[in-house]
Design a protein. Structure first.
Length: 295
C-alpha cells in the first residue's frame, strides 16, 4: 500500500535541495518541473531530475514528478526525460477536462513502453486549478484507471476565480468539497493543496485537520518542516485503530452467525462501517511498516 499523507515539492532545478530531500520523511517526494523552474532552465531541470529519481528511489523514497501542463507543449519532453522504472507517479497541473487526462495518459504510456516500464504502472494525480476544472471534476476523476488521487491547486484556482487566498481558506471550501466527493465516488484519494506559510505550524495543523474531516487523505507541502505535522494529522490515532479492530472482529463474528449487523459500544456496525474500519487498519499497518515504533 502506497502512503500519500505528505507529498513534498522539491524544485527540479535545485540540486542542493534534491540532495537534502534524501533525508526527508515525506511519503512522496515530488520533483517539480513546472512552476519552480524558469522556462530557460526546463531542459537542465529535466536532466537533474532524471539523475535524481533512481538515487532517491534506492533510498526507499516514493518519487513522483510534476510535469508541465498538457497545453504547455512541454509535457511530452518532460515525460521522455523522467519516465523510468524507479519513478512511481506523475502530478499533472491545470487539469480541466477528461481529454487532458486521456492525452497525458497516452503520453505516459508511450514513454513507459519506450523505457521498459509495464504500461499502466505509473500513477497519475491531476491538479484542479480553475473553475472549469471544478465543474468537470467528476469526469476528470473517471478518465483513466491510472489515477490514484486528485488534488487542488489553490493559488491558481483563486486567481482564476478573481478572489484573494486567505489564511482561513473559506474561499476554497466549495472546490475542496467537490474534489473530496468526486474522489470518493471514483475510489481514488483526495489530496489537499499546500499551506503557503511554512512558518505557521499551528495554521498548517488546523487546516490539515479541517480537510481531513472533509475526506482528504493527505496534503502537498512546500517545505520539509511541514512533513512531520502533516504526517501526524493524517495518521489514525491508537484509539481509532483499536476501535476499528474491534469493529472488524465483531462484524466477522456476526457474519459467521448469519447476521448482517452488530452493535459495538452502542453503535450499529454494518458492511459500510466494517469496510471503513478495514481501510483504517490497512492504513495504520502501512504506516507502522514504514515508521516502526521506537524500541
Amino acid at each position: 500500500m502506497h502512503l500519500y499523507r505528505s507529498l513534498v515539492f522539491v524544485p527540479g532545478i535545485r540540486e542542493n535541495m534534491i540532495e537534502k530531500a534524501r533525508g526527508f520523511q515525506a511519503d512522496v517526494i515530488v520533483l517539480d518541473l513546472e512552476d519552480s523552474v524558469p522556462p530557460a532552465e526546463k531542459e537542465g531541470a529535466r536532466q537533474i531530475v532524471r539523475r535524481a529519481i533512481p538515487a532517491l528511489a534506492a533510498l526507499g523514497h516514493t518519487v513522483h514528478v510534476r510535469v508541465n501542463a498538457v497545453g504547455s507543449g512541454l509535457a511530452r519532453d518532460d515525460l521522455a526525460a523522467v519516465v523510468c522504472p524507479e519513478l512511481s507517479g506523475i502530478t499533472l497541473p491545470k487539469a480541466e477536462s477528461a481529454q487532458d487526462i486521456r492525452d497525458i495518459d497516452v503520453l505516459i504510456r508511450e514513454q513507459e513502453m519506450e523505457h521498459g516500464v509495464k504500461p499502466g504502472t505509473l500513477g497519475l494525480i491531476p491538479t484542479i486549478e480553475s473553475a472549469r476544472g471544478v465543474l468537470r471534476c467528476e469526469e476528470i476523476c473517471q478518465a483513466s484507471t491510472r489515477l490514484v488521487a486528485i488534488t487542488l491547486g489553490a493559488d491558481d484556482y483563486t486567481a482564476d476565480m478573481g478572489v484573494h487566498r486567505t489564511r482561513e481558506g473559506r474561499e476554497l471550501d466549495y472546490a475542496r468539497q467537490v474534489i473530496a466527493v468526486c474522489a470518493r465516488a471514483s475510489d481514488i484519494l483526495a489530496l489537499d493543496t499546500p499551506f503557503a506559510d511554512f512558518r505557521d505550524e499551528e495554521g498548517l495543523v488546523r487546516e490539515s485537520e479541517w480537510v481531513r474531516s472533509l475526506g482528504f487523505k493527505g496534503k502537498y507541502l512546500i517545505h520539509p518542516g511541514q512533513i512531520g505535522p502533516v504526517n501526524r494529522v493524517f495518521c489514525p490515532a491508537e484509539e481509532e485503530v483499536s476501535y476499528a479492530r474491534r469493529v472488524v472482529e465483531a462484524f466477522e463474528e456476526a457474519l459467521a452467525k448469519g447476521e448482517g449487523a452488530v452493535q459495538v459500544d452502542g453503535r450499529m456496525v454494518d458492511l459500510p462501517v466494517a469496510k471503513r474500519s478495514r481501510a483504517l487498519i490497512e492504513l495504520a499497518e502501512a504506516i507502522e511498516a514504514r515508521e516502526p515504533p521506537a524500541g
